[in-house]
Design a binder for this molecule. Structure first.
Ligand SMILES: NC(=O)c1ccc[n+]([C@@H]2O[C@H](COP(=O)([O-])OP(=O)(O)OC[C@H]3O[C@@H](n4cnc5c(N)ncnc54)[C@H](OP(=O)(O)O)[C@@H]3O)[C@@H](O)[C@H]2O)c1
Length: 283
């Protein structure tokens, strides 16, 4: 029986991955920083914190494959993640699937180091490199939430740059195949939705769907960073996100890929369908 550890199992991708693998008959061990299991049907649950080594042994015991994503708001997650992954591989884990991002190249800082480590050390591996999540516009913990809810504004330094926004459910569907398929994919999957949209387009769709005016404020990088810090975000992380905004402005995310259709056999969801399916946004 293959046992699969799913880290971040209460999150946007971890939860549907844990549910999907459980439905396919795998023994799924969910891991979160909470003692309460997030997925009732999953076989096992452990408390796991990248930053708390006392939680690592029980999480890794008897595991064959694992899904990993970074600890939140950490500038360089590789220093916490690579020692745990070394321990996992030494203990018999064969396959690791990492959630990285389209904006992070293999070998680059942070998750780029983890990507490189897995490609060169794990017997079986895949790296999910999604573009920006559609969930960013609805999640109550995302930095866009307060501005959308309070003032109907999206503040970015992305200008007219476009992004292949993707539903986290479609990312998870690719992740389920990377974890479940008998043959490991051993590749990096760049994952997008079906269209590249600017934040002006997103604002127009959100206005249409909610019946409430939503506006994209074209901020300078300095204004965007100040706006992020005003939400309580640490300065270094706000600087990093602003840098990503300017790379979107310069065209880095203006692409769509066929990964979701090719790997899962079904087309990815478009942004308007996603927004309509949410019901009452920002309440
Ligand atoms: N949002 C985007 O547009 C986007 C785009 C590309 C890539 N990504 C990648 O997606 C990841 C975040 O996804 P998300 O925004 O959808 O968030 P999410 O998966 O819904 O939530 C973050 C998860 O990380 C877990 N976590 C945070 N700190 C942890 C720690 N110290 N130890 C163990 N688990 C920890 C949390 O688990 P608990 O249940 O324990 O709190 C939570 O489940 C990031 O790695 C990011 O690079 C995001």
């Amino acid at each position: 029986m293959t046992r699969i550890l799913v880290i971040g199992a209460a999150g946007n991708t971890g939860r549907p991955i844990a549910e999907g693998l459980t439905a396919e008959g795998f023994t799924v061990r969910t891991a979160t920083r909470d003692t309460r299991p997030p997925v009732a049907a999953a076989a096992e649950h452990v408390r796991f914190d990248w930053a708390d080594p006392s939680t690592h042994a029980a999480a890794l015991e008897g595991v064959d494959r694992m899904y990993v994503l970074a600890p939140g708001l950490v500038e360089d997650p590789s220093t916490l993640m690579i020692p745990v992954l070394e321990r996992a591989l030494a203990g018999g884990v064969r396959r690791v699937v990492l959630l990285s991002a389209s904006a992070v190249a293999e070998g680059g800082p942070g998750l780029g180091q983890v990507h490189h480590f897995l490609r060169t050390h794990a017997p079986e591996w895949s790296v999910l490199q999604p573009s920006w999540f559609m969930q960013n516009f609805i999640s109550p913990v995302h930095h866009h939430h307060a501005g959308l809810q309070r003032d109907g504004v999206l503040v970015t330094a992305t200008g007219h740059g476009r992004v292949g926004f993707v539903d986290a459910g479609d990312i998870a569907a690719v992740g389920v195949r990377a974890l479940a398929d008998a043959a490991s994919h051993d590749t990096a999957h760049v994952i997008t939705g079906p269209q590249a949209l600017g934040y002006d387009d997103v604002a127009a769709i959100l206005s249409r769907v909610t019946g409430r005016p939503v506006r994209h404020v074209h901020a300078t990088p300095e204004e965007a960073q100040r706006h992020l810090q005003a939400t309580g975000m640490p300065e270094a992380y706000a600087r990093f996100l602003t840098l990503l905004d300017t790379s979107i402005r310069d065209g880095a995310e203006d692409r769509v890929t066929d990964t979701v259709l090719r790997v899962t056999g079904r087309a990815p969801r478009d942004f308007e369908s996603f927004a309509r399916a949410q019901g009452n946004l920002w309440h």
